[in-house]
Every structure is written in C-alpha cells, then in structure tokens.
Design a protein around this ligand. Structure first.
Ligand SMILES: Cc1cc2nc3c(=O)[nH]c(=O)nc-3n(C[C@H](O)[C@H](O)[C@H](O)COP(=O)(O)OP(=O)(O)OC[C@H]3O[C@@H](n4cnc5c(N)ncnc54)[C@H](O)[C@@H]3O)c2cc1C
Ligand code: SF4
Length: 861
C-alpha cells in the first residue's frame, strides 16, 4: 500500500486536528515527539484517555508494590498538560469512529479529525474457564488492577498466609507472582507450557529460572492446564482445579495469560484487522482508511502485533514523521528484553532459540548458583546472533548492541562472572542498537552529543529517548556520552547519572558524612527518582567500602555482585572456589595440613595462586559453610578473593632467609595484609613487597608495591596486570616503616574515595587531574587538607574489621542462603561431572561428559 500523503504535506492556514485514542505509553510518546518536532504548530492534539489518569509507565507497574505511587509512574514532566496545542481528556473513552465522516464520537458528540491515531493498546486476556469472573479473580494491566489486587489481599482476614495462584508463567505472570509475594501471599504459578517464560527463554534458561523462582518460595507448576475456579460458601474464589483433576486452594487468582488488542472500535468502523486481531497497517502505520493510523500494541504490522513498548515507540516516531510530511517506514523491531522479575535478572535477545541455520550455542550453566547464560553464534562462532541470560544479566548491556557484529573475543569470555569483558564504547559501530526499547543506535547518541550538544545524561535521554524505558542500556549510554565528550575535548560531566548530580567521589563523601546506610535513604535525601543500573551498584560499592555492615545484611545483599552473595568465586562449572587468607604468603605446616585435609575431605582441586595462597576448587554452594567451619576452626579467614577488595600482599622471602635481602619483606607483607584485609574498593587491590631491588615479589606489577632499600622502603603505585598491564610508578623513596604505612593508608583511602566504579589504580592515576604528581601532593603534602580524614577512615577500617565468614557461620539467617535446592539440601547436581587428571579431579569437558558412565573418568595423557 502506498503511504505518501500529499494532503498532509501541504500546509493550510488553520492548525490541523489530530485526535489520538488511548492514553497509553505509545500515545504519550507520539504526542511528545510531535510537539517536539512540530515547531510551527501544524497540529493541535486531542488525547483521549479511557483510564482516569494521564499516561503512565505500565512497564514499571509492579514497582507499585515496592512503594511507587501512581504519580511516580506518570510519564513525562507534565509539560504536555500545559501545552496550549494539546488537550488531554482523562476518563474519556472514544465510543465510535466514522472514517467516512472523519469523526470520532466522544461523550455522545461527533468530533472531526484531520488525522486519527488508534493507540488503544491491549486488554488482559482471561481464558474462558469456569469461575474466571468470581470475586477474588484479577488481571494485571492497569493501576486500578494492582490497587484492586492489593486491597483484596490486604482485606482477607485469615489466620494463615493468603494463598495466591497466578495463571500464566510468562513475563506478566512472574511480575504478578512477584506482586503477590510482595504482599506476603504464598504464590503458585501455573504455566501451560513446559517451562517458565517460554516465549523468551529456552529450555536451559527455563530450568534455571524455575530453580530460582522456586528457591524464593514460589511454587511452579508447568505443563498444567487450568480447568476452572471454584467458589467457597461466601461466593468468593476458594480453589482452582486443573485439567488433570488436581486442585489447589486459592484465596486470590491472577490471570496473566496474555493480551488481546483493543481493536473493537476499528472493527466496528470496518477497518481491516489481522487474523489474530490488531488493526492492520502498512509500513507507514496507516490503516486502510485515509489519515487513520494505528500504533503500539493495537497495531498489526508486518503481519503481527508487538507486545513490547519498544516497537510501539518506533511506530509512534514513524507516524509523527508522516504527520509532518515525511515518509518514514517501520523498520521492524528488536524484541530483546531485560527484566528483573522477583529480583531475578532475565534477558533474551536476538535469535534466542538458535533458529538461524548453522548457528552454534555457547552455554555457561551454573546450576548451583542458578545462573544460565547462552550465546547464539554464527556457524564460524564469530558473530553474535542472540542470547539468553538468566540469574545474571550483567553482560546484557554490552552484548545486545553487538548483535550481528563479531564479538572479537572468545564467546566464553563474555559469559564468565562479572562480564569478563568491559562494555564496548569507542568501537561500537554507529548502527549498533544501544537502546532496544526506544530503538536508539550508537550513531544517534553520538550525533546527539556532537550535533545537538547534549552534554549530560539527562539531556541525552530527553533528546534521544535512550534509556527512558527499562534503563538497562544506561551504563552504555553514559560510556558513549563520555567517550564522545572526551573526543571533542569537551568537559565530561561528573554527575553519576540523572538520579544523582554528584560524582562517585562526592557521593562517597556525602554517604560517609551523613551516615546514611540504605540505597532508599540515600536516593531520597540526595538524589531523585528510583535509581538505575548506574547508581545502584555505585552506592553498593561505596557502602561496602565504608564497612557499613556485613555484605549479606538484608539491605546490602541485594546490591552485591554474584560472587559477594556467596562469598566465594563462581567457576566455569557452576561450583565455587574457596580461598582462605594467607597473609604475606606465610603459612605454618599445621595450616597447610588443615587446608590439605579440607581439600581431601571435600574432594576439592587445589592450586597455588599467583598471590601466594591456596585456591580450593569444586565446592558446591551448600558445602561452603561446612568447608569454612573447618577453615575458621583452623584459624583461617576469608581471603576476599570474590570481592572488589584488598586481595593479597605477595612477598619474597626477604632478609630473613635471602642472602641479598635488606629488609624483612615477609614481616611487612604480613602486617600490610592484616591491616588492609577486608577493605572494599572500586576494584580489586593487590600489593607486593620485595626484600631488595632484585624484585622477586614483582611488586611493581601491583597496585601498591614496596621495594626494600638500604634506608627503608621505596613505594610504587598504580601497577596493574590484566588486559592493560602497567608498571607501578615510584611514589616515595626511602620511607621508614611508619611513614610507609601512613602513606599507603592515605593512598588507598584516597583511591577508594575518588576512583570511579570499577576503575583500577592504573587508570585512576592516569586520569586523575594532575596525574601522579597531584596524588603525591594530596597524600604526601596534604594539599587538600584531607589527610586527617583519610587517616581516620583507615583507622576505622582497621578497628571495625571482622571476618565475613566467621560472622556468617554465627548467623543462621545468613547461613540459610547456602542451600542449592529448597527441598533437598543434600542433593548434588547431576550436571557436575568430573574427570581425574594429574592426581586431582577437574570438570569434564562437554566431549568427555558423553563418555562418562560413572562419576569420574580418568584422562590419559
Ligand atoms: C506489568 C507489565 C509489565 C510489562 N513489562 C514490559 C517490559 O518489561 N518491556 C516491554 O517492552 N513491555 C512491557 N510491558 C508491555 C507494555 O506495557 C506495553 O507494550 C505498552 O504499554 C503498550 O503501549 P500502548 O500505548 O500500545 O498500549 P497501552 O499502554 O495498553 O495503552 C492503551 C491505552 O488506551 C486506552 N484505551 C483503549 N481503548 C480506548 C478508547 N476507546 N478510548 C480511550 N482510551 C482507550 C486504554 O485504557 C489504555 O490506557 C508490560 C506490561 C505490563 C502490564
Ligand atoms: S627480592 Fe631480594 S630479598 Fe627478596 S628474594 Fe629476591 S633477592 Fe632476595
């Protein structure tokens, strides 16, 4: 169908009347975009909202149960309501349209239009089962729905927990289960398919998701059809029956069984609708009637309806272009999704089901940590085609824009814990889709920075709409912004994100001075909104550095990285490694024996690490407390190998044994390690001490390196290994031990306070204004007058240090997290298969697994 509209391209004297039916998310986007771009005021807009309120963030509906008010959810800044060219009609449904007379019927009167947009969205679908209309049965679509659900559950006066059943195990069903959970009800999710979220995740992802959801106390029944709801004596829902005759009690039922397009007005007006509903439109979003468009969930475009806000927003932009005389067409849509359901990260993008011919799947399954990650690659394993991430979706923001591009690294590297690979910024191609909700490419973001002078995240978001929906792309958007600003020599804003106008360093000071200890308190008093993927982890890292409590304390636990959650390092096969602290690398024979016995008794693989300690591999989640009980009893402490924290102080044997040694490097290393153990920082910290200039401890490869001299110690800082190795630079010479420790105290605390999130010491030194010299001035000459504060902060750290593992073993609530299957703490995972090699066991490769009959296979070399 042709989609050029000469009638619209030509201007007339009076403004044209655009009537938009439906005040949902997509209509809001359309009206906002039109008012932004229609500088001449070509159009006046009448927006008809059937709901009693202005357009709101339906995607964020579930946040109602975590404290967001209906007003918090409203979209935009309210300026549309003050716009003289826009009239918003609340609680005003359009009851008919007449495309011949070019009118809409509102409150019984017919109003003319020059152009009409149907943005009526969808309604929740309720399957035709008996009792679906009983009191106590709800759907989950609007603010009124969630308010009604809340008051029903709160109004039930039962002496036992409320029993809730959610019909539908998709995205909406899990959101609804989360809501019931949040209301204190017991929740059961019933899904017809054989797994949860069958449209987004594959079998492995579904299994991992099920395990996580069940682990939270939500019962899951898959491959189950609902037969009907039964009422109790009071006429309210009391139970639910399944097709196989089984029954469960139910005080409340939520149907989350999909949506149906609200195409009733279009049908009555004789517009063409799709086979499965939805108003059929062409590439320009135009229906068969002249000047009548359909956008969002009600539109059937490219033969289908789209149940996500991203494609709807793209349609809105197409229609705005058309209204202003352009010829934009709908380019198709990215159906990538990243969600946090019940606090669990789930992401699905591109060809998630590996349907492309010849595609390869790279899977990282961690049954114990309940993490499942899959990348779908082209047949040469180079190009990323899609993926599924369950339990840890931290790599999503970096991976999704790489869809269709070569990953440039071993795909496995992208799947390892902590992302393994930093988000791409500079090299990201212009065509890479950075924000899939709003269809914003890297090129658009770059152009907004360079040509439209968006120099902060807020203006960039307002201008491009990137990051304004689910927000998962924000870290990447910020990286792109900063990279472009840097390139052009412009000043890079230090504001963390739009929720905090402060840099990380300023926020650090605020939190340490005010004594605020929860994210909600901090954002309420010093930020705005609900936070995002940038500021939440930064606050978590600051709270950790300030030693505000145990990492597993309730408020802090949910902000931690996966490894911190269990205080162990997640490995490739889903088991964990355990690293007790061995200060300075010095260990007694009794200590060695104790570690050896633990390894033997628990069947752990042992390896001496580069940091001079012993790593014990292959521990299952539920074994960690027992392993640590033995280690703590033998006098060991957490080595913090899992944390962004001080890891080790490596030392050579020094003057005690070595002929060349001029100072006791081991003694100093032990003192330093005991002093700084447990110090949380923006990134891991490693130290080294060598007993003479021969440098056997490789101290200059460390963040803080100390090398003995005849007169005392030389201090070096900013040495890093990793992707971009750096030698440490000389910071101060011939210090006595007291001076040395004071200088390191200050250097470390200054770094902890002022570095960016995940910034190691080498880039911090390089990027610090004035570089190393400026840092020397602060630390050695107190140029900022903050040394007393830095000293006090380190003294507090030293005084307040407690071993995390000993504290965990003494706290039953914290220990309760170390259970891999909720009903069976003893069960081990059948996916964990080992082979014996060089006298120890290691995880089997996929090929070896096929050959294994028993639990252990020997590999011959
Ligand atoms: C709990 C929940 C979570 C979600 N999570 C995500 C997510 O993470 N990511 C994602 O992409 N999508 C998500 N969605 C889907 C997303 O909300 C929708 O795709 C999006 O809201 C569609 O926008 P729309 O404007 O087309 O329709 P809607 O938002 O449904 O708006 C349509 C509006 O039109 C009104 N209307 C209908 N008929 C008339 C009439 N005759 N007269 C006047 N007004 C009328 C309706 O009352 C409604 O207010 C979620 C949805 C829900 C319910
Ligand atoms: S650095 Fe010097 S003191 Fe230390 S082991 Fe090497 S030679 Fe000996």
């Amino acid at each position: 169908m042709s989609s050029t509209h000469p009638s619209l391209a030509s201007r007339t004297d009076r403004p044209r009347r655009l009537r938009v039916i439906g005040g949902g998310m997509v209509a809001h986007r359309l009206v906002e975009a039109l008012r932004d771009r229609d500088a001449d005021g070509t159009w006046t807009v009448d927006l008809y909202c059937e709901e009693p309120r202005a357009p709101y963030d339906r995607v964020g509906l579930t946040s109602y149960f975590s404290g967001s008010t209906p007003d918090d959810l409203l979209l935009g800044d309210g300026s549309l309501h003050d716009d003289p060219l826009v009239t918003v009609h609340l609680g005003t449904p359009v009851t008919a349209i007449d495309t011949d007379a070019r009118t809409v019927t509102v409150d019984g009167s017919d109003e003319p239009y020059d152009a009409l947009v149907l943005a009526t969205g969808s309604s929740a679908f309720v399957p035709p089962v008996a009792g679906a209309d009983l009191p106590g049965a709800f759907v989950y679509r609007t603010i009124e729905d969630v308010q009604a659900l809340e008051s029903w559950v709160q109004g039930l006066d039962l002496a036992r927990p409320v029993k809730g059943v959610v019909v539908g195990g998709g995205l909406l069903g899990l959101e609804a289960a989360g809501a019931l959970h949040g209301l204190g009800a017991e929740a059961t999710v019933v899904e017809f398919a054989d797994r949860l979220m069958p449209l987004q995740v594959d079998e492995g992802g579904g299994a991992a998701l099920r395990r996580i959801v069940e682990g939270m106390g939500v019962e899951v029944r898959t491959s189950t059809a609902t037969a009907g709801l039964h009422a109790g004596a009071d006429g309210r829902v009391s139970s639910m029956e399944f097709a196989d005759g089984a029954k469960v009690d139910a005080d409340v039922v939520v149907f989350a069984t999909g949506v149906r397009p609200r195409d009733e007005l279009a049908r009555e007006a004789g517009l063409v609708v799709g086979e499965r509903g939805g108003v059929v439109v062409d590439d320009g979003c135009l229906t068969v009637a002249p000047d009548v468009y359909a956008v969002g969930e009600v539109a059937c475009i490219h033969g289908r309806t789209w149940g996500l806000v991203g494609p709807g927003n793209t349609m809105a932009e197409v229609v705005v272009d058309r209204l202003l005389g352009g010829e934009a067409t709908f380019p198709g849509a990215d159906t990538s999704t990243k969600l946090k359901l019940l606090g669990v990260d789930v992401a699905s993008f591109g060809d998630a089901f590996a349907e492309s011919p010849g595609s390869l799947e790279v899977v990282y399954a961690d049954p114990v940590a309940r993490v499942y990650k899959k990348l779908v690659m082209s047949d040469d394993a180079k190009t990323l085609l899609g993926g599924v991430l369950v339990g840890d979706a931290s790599a999503y923001a970096s991976l999704r824009p790489m869809l269709g591009a070569e990953l440039g690294a071993d795909p496995n590297a992208w799947l390892l814990p902590e992302g393994g690979v930093a988000p791409p910024t500079g090299e990201l191609p212009d065509a890479a889709n950075v924000c899939s909700c709003n269809n914003v490419t890297a090129g658009t973001i770059r152009a907004a920075v360079c040509e439209q002078h968006c120099t902060d995240l807020g203006s960039l978001k307002a201008c491009t709409k990137a990051g304004t929906s689910c927000g998962s792309c924000l870290p990447l958007v910020k990286n792109l912004l900063n990279a472009e600003l840097k390139k052009s020599g412009a000043e890079v804003s230090t504001a963390l994100c739009e929720h905090f106008a402060f840099s990380r360093a300023q926020l650090f000071d605020i939190i340490s001075v005010t004594g605020l200890r929860t994210f909600s308190e901090i954002i309420a008093s010093h930020g705005s909104g609900r936070g995002c993927d940038i500021c939440r982890p930064v606050v978590a890292s600051i709270l950790a550095s300030l030693g505000t409590g145990h990492v597993l304390d309730k408020d802090l636990a949910r902000l931690q990285d996966t490894n911190d959650h269990v205080m162990a390092n997640l490995q490739k096969d889903g088991t964990y490694s355990v690293v007790p602290r061995v200060p300075g690398g010095e260990i007694t024979p009794a200590g060695l024996i104790a570690i050896g016995e633990v390894a033997k008794d628990f069947g752990l693989y042992t390896k001496i690490t580069g940091g001079q300690r012993i790593d014990l591999f292959g521990a299952r989640l539920e074994q960690l407390p027992a392993i640590w009980r033995r280690l703590v009893d033998a006098g060991f402490e957490s080595g913090h190998a899992y944390g962004k924290a001080v890891r080790t102080v490596k030392s050579c044997v020094g003057s005690t044994w070595c002929r060349y040694g001029v100072q006791d490097s081991v003694g100093l290393a032990v003192d330093l390690e005991l002093r700084y153990r447990g110090l949380r920082s923006p990134h891991k910290l490693k130290l080294g001490v060598s007993g003479c200039a021969r440098e056997c401890a490789e101290a200059r490869g460390k963040d803080v390196g100390v090398i003995a001299t005849d007169k005392g110690w030389n201090l070096y800082v900013g040495g890093n290994g990793g992707f971009t190795p750096r030698h440490a630079q000389l910071f101060a010479e011939d210090l006595d031990t007291e001076e040395l420790i004071r200088t390191i105290d200050r250097f470390l605390m200054y770094y902890v306070r002022t570095a960016d999130r995940l910034q190691r010491t080498a880039p911090w030194v390089e990027e610090h204004e004035g570089g190393l010299e400026a840092i020397q001035a602060v630390v050695l000459e107190d140029s900022l007058g903050i040394c007393a504060d830095l000293d006090a902060a380190m003294a507090a750290h030293v005084e307040n240090y407690r071993d995390e593992w000993a504290a965990t073993l003494a706290d039953p609530e914290k220990l309760s997290q170390f259970v891999s299957f909720i009903n069976s703490p003893e069960s081990s995972d059948p996916d964990l298969t080992y082979v014996e090699e060089r006298g120890q066991r290691r995880p089997a490769t996929p090929d070896e697994r096929h050959l294994i009959a028993g639990p252990t296979l020997e590999v011959r070399s």
